[in-house]
Write a protein that binds this ligand. Structure first.
Ligand SMILES: [Zn+2]
Ligand SMILES: [Zn+2]
Length: 277
């Protein structure tokens, strides 16, 4: 009996000790987090004094906040709202009070389940995306990722997504450019939604021409069978959110979704920052 009481006391002492140590550890981690947050804020303030930020849209001087867009340029961004196709998300002018499917999705059902885009590829967006894509303008990531986040939170349930994957670049193109802008957006979004990001879930197996100056038919044949899934077990039975920067006819995301579905993905949702066309 005495032995049991002694052992119980010893166990409760050990539990208290563990709780005490855990509390100290949590306090230290929080202190380190607060230190780095303060450092980050001081660094930003210091950099703003030495090298004032200018608006990524119009070039005007910015007040010291976290955005790289002035209020006027922010208000110029055209958020995509109803009406749009229930499948591909292509917006329509005018007023439609019911859900509808566009002519293209009726003619040929896409391989993805649903696609949505945050904003129209108009105004300051082409310039911002061009800088982000080709000119190492990584400081725009936060503004662009916030737009994408708002789109995903509006249209998708993040609890019903297993992981996020970017549309991949062909390896030689990524080596030349130095990075994949869609992968940066996918990772930024995954951090915000607290979801895993799998940048290598899909692979581009051949180089393709840039889609910019091609017709809809040329775009479709340009990317036909351009993607594969190197490890089907990663996507089998999973619900994937595929990310790209711009969607115009949807040929690229559709081909990537085809590869993911053929590898066994249970669902492929698509979110793009901007919608062209
Ligand atoms: Zn501006
Ligand atoms: Zn459609």
């Amino acid at each position: 009996m005495i032995g049991n009481i002694a052992s119980l006391n010893f166990q409760s002492l050990e539990v208290s000790r563990a709780k005490f140590l855990l509390r100290i550890f949590v306090c230290r981690v929080r202190a380190v987090q607060l230190f780095f947050l303060a450092m980050n804020s001081w660094l930003k303030t210091g950099l703003d004094l030495i090298y004032p930020r200018s608006c990524a849209g119009c070039g005007c001087c910015l007040a010291a906040d976290d955005s790289h867009l002035c209020w006027e340029c922010k208000s110029d961004i055209q958020i995509i709202v109803h009406p749009f196709c229930s499948i591909c998300g292509d917006p329509l002018q005018g007023r439609i009070d019911h859900s509808f499917t566009c002519y293209h999705c009726c003619e040929s059902r896409p391989h993805f389940d649903q696609a949505r885009s945050a904003v129209r590829f108009r105004g300051i967006l082409p310039r911002m995306i061009h800088h982000f894509k080709y000119s190492f303008a990584f400081w725009l990531e936060e503004d662009l990722a916030e737009l994408l986040l708002a789109c995903c939170q509006t249209h998708f349930d993040s609890a019903a997504i297993d992981f996020i994957a970017p549309v991949p670049l062909f390896h030689a193109r990524q080596r030349d450019r130095g990075y994949n802008q869609s992968a940066l957006l996918a990772e930024a979004l995954a951090r915000r939604l607290r979801l895993p990001c799998r940048p290598r879930a899909a692979r581009r197996v051949r180089d393709t021409l840039t889609q910019t100056h091609l017709t809809a038919d040329e775009r479709a044949s340009n990317v036909h069978l351009a993607f594969s899934v190197p490890r089907p077990s990663v996507v089998f039975g999973r619900r994937v959110l595929l990310i790209d920067d711009v969607m115009t006819t949807g040929a690229t995301v559709n081909e990537c979704a085809r590869a993911l579905k053929q590898a066994g993905a249970a669902q492929v949702l698509v979110a793009t920052l901007a919608r062209g066309g």
